[in-house]
Design a protein around this ligand. Sequence first.
Ligand code: 1MF
Length: 181
Amino acid sequence: MYGLVNKAIKELISTQFGEEQWTVIKAKAGVDIVEFVSMQPYPDSISYDLVGAASEVLGTSASDLLEAFGEYWVLFTGAEGYGELMNMSGDTLFEFLGNLNNLHTRVSLTMEGLSPPSFDCVDVTETSMDLHYRSVRAGLAPMVVGLLRGLAKKFKCELSIEHKESKADGADHDVFALRLG
Ligand code: 1MF
């Protein structure tokens, strides 16, 4: 994944738990990179190993960490120069979700190595939809829950999320039933 992701992991851990914990976690993950470069691709294993090590060191489940990370990503990218990209992508949560594939296509135009997930909005009403999430990566559904919570805060709405179908439980892909209000 692009270095931007690992930078966000570092920021989240070092701001919430301190620089020392980050150093311990990085060492435990066997990562000896001093500074991640945002626009450089890194093996996915680096990001997974960092989350795994953080889970052990902090005594928090990987799933909770991924969810916190997803929520943080919305803030982080907004502050790290992608605010305009995010703001351009919709005025409401549902509009934003409907434009997410376009957002990733736009990023892919400059960053060829991007392997973005896809998000498809199905059975959309004013207040509900099924969000179909497909990814080449495994185990990141909790991060999507966090992303949705972060977006709900950004758009100031109450969102309930039901994980209707789970790839981890053998489904073809993950489906989230979303309801506003
Ligand atoms: O393949 C990748 O490296 C990759 C990196 C980040 C693919 C996707 C993403 C973003 N995505 C992370 C979860 C991936 C889960 C998965 O693969 O199954 C979050 C997608 C998302 C969902 C809901 C709301 C907002 C979301 O993201 C918005 C977004 C997406 C991509 C970027 C920024 C905001 C982005 C911007 C620049 C990047 C990489 C990603 O790289 C550069 C490019 C130029 C200069 C510096 C860095």
